[in-house]
Design a protein around this ligand. Structure first.
Ligand code: NAD
Ligand code: TYD
Length: 372
């Protein structure tokens, strides 16, 4: 079959990547979608069951740091689009093991850029080719919490309910964790390839995502699972840190819009103007989970356990996504209440998925299946 485009989506077996792969495979039967993933602990092909037999989907197990192999994959498949999500993504792991983050997020992105350049540049960067790098709001550092009561009407004076500023596309990079430092570095390399070689690149910086298929080391799936099993909920510090939450399918829709309509060389912030103090979010998670499990209200409030704060814990993230709305017409489609309800329900209905990814059995299975 002749395809209109061939797109590599890196990290397509991970949380956000799997939603992007599924959206593209289903929505664009004329595109060939190659999911290129190393299958680290965070990559799980079970996330892609919906599309694994579709004729326009292909999985390739590969490491983005393996420059020669990536170069071969890009040229053999005549790839003209890359949507790059593969990364080490968990801040706590980056604090313990920063080298792995530098290797994958920085060197991996660089080898992918260079491999794409090797294939695309000799033909004069055809109109069709595009390198789209997915990044995080964490590169901007941390905002102040200077409206501690969370007054929603305060946003009329600028900023959000918890602080008087947002991250915009012009905010200076100021990463604090090894994770965000590595992501910041990769963003700089992508822009350098645009500015130096003329590579058609786009960068987006998104706020915290939530939804189905997120690895249960991140706050929301970890806590839903712990509530279900009546295990302690380890709240870092005082639980006052603020995060800006976006439903993962809304992020995938934004990626679709930006991949097709975004202006080359530009950066777009993606977020839903949906800030939550951790402790308030955790109380909502307990309430919704208990309700769906038929437990009395308040039954699990005592699971909240304040623990030593994360080192260098960023106080507040809040994205201003006005540019994306004004220029490309994207807006989040789900209200938070609806998104959280769907998410809790999904994890409660998919205990097998949670058990599998926490047991490590699936890693052994894929090691056998895909070992060279
Ligand atoms: P994830 O950890 O769930 O998935 C990462 C995927 O990348 C996994 O499938 C893993 O196997 C793969 N991978 C890791 N190293 C690789 C390598 N060397 N070669 C090939 N594949 C490799 O991550 P996620 O939460 O889905 O995040 C995806 C991207 O979105 C990341 O770049 C992250 O920085 C960014 N992001 C995430 C969030 C969030 O809230 N999760 C928010 C904004 C931006
Ligand atoms: P996380 O899901 O790890 O995302 P990020 O660090 O990228 O924002 O954490 C979200 C927030 O929840 C963050 O402020 C840290 C906090 N947190 C806890 O309080 N306890 C936990 O066990 C985890 C994993 C996170």
């Amino acid at each position: 079959m002749d395809f209109e485009k061939t797109i590599i989506i890196t990290g397509g077996a991970g949380f956000i990547g799997s939603h992007v792969v599924k959206l593209f495979v289903k929505k664009y039967p004329r595109y060939k979608i190659i999911n290129l993933d190393k299958l680290t602990y965070a990559g799980n092909l079970a996330n892609l069951k919906d599309v694994e037999n579709m004729p326009n989907y292909q999985f390739i197990k590969a490491d983005i740091c393996d420059y020669e192999n990536i170069k071969k994959i890009i040229s053999t498949n005549n790839v003209n689009g890359i949507i790059h999500l593969a990364a080490e993504s968990h801040v706590d792991r980056s604090i313990v093991d920063p080298f792995t983050f530098a290797r994958t997020n920085v060197m991996g992105t660089l080898s992918l850029l260079q491999a794409a350049r090797d294939f695309w540049e000799p033909t004069g960067w055809s109109d069709n080719c595009r390198f789209y790098h997915i990044s995080t709001d964490e590169v901007y550092g941390a905002l102040e919490l200077n409206r501690p009561e969370g007054d929603p009407s305060a946003s009329e004076c600028g900023g959000g309910p918890f602080g008087d500023k947002f991250f915009t596309e012009d905010t200076r990079y100021n990463p604090h964790s090894p994770y965000s430092a590595a992501k910041a570095s990769s963003d700089h390399f992508v822009r350098a390839y645009h500015d130096t070689y003329g590579m058609p690149t786009i960068v987006t910086n998104c706020s915290n995502n939530y939804g189905p298929f997120q690895f249960p080391e991140k706050l929301i799936p970890l806590f839903i699972n712990n509530i279900r099993h009546r295990k302690p909920l380890p709240v870092y510090g005082k639980g006052e840190n603020v995060r800006d939450w976006l439903y993962v399918e809304d992020h995938a829709r934004a990626i679709d819009v930006i991949f097709h309509k975004g202006v080359i060389g530009e950066t777009y912030n993606i977020g839903g103007f949906n800030e939550w103090k951790n402790i308030d979010l955790i109380k909502v998670l307990i309430k919704v989970t208990d309700r769906l499990l038929g437990r009395p209200e308040g039954a699990d409030d005592d699971l909240i356990t304040y623990v030593t704060d994360r080192k260098g814990h960023d106080m507040r993230y809040a994205i201003d996504s006005t540019k994306l709305k004004d220029e490309l017409g994207w807006e989040p489609s789900l209200q938070f209440e609806e998104g959280i309800e769907k998410t809790v329900r999904w994890y409660l209905d998919n205990q097998d998925w949670l058990d599998e990814v926490t047991s490590g059995d699936y890693l052994k299975y894929y090691e056998r299946m895909y070992s060279k």
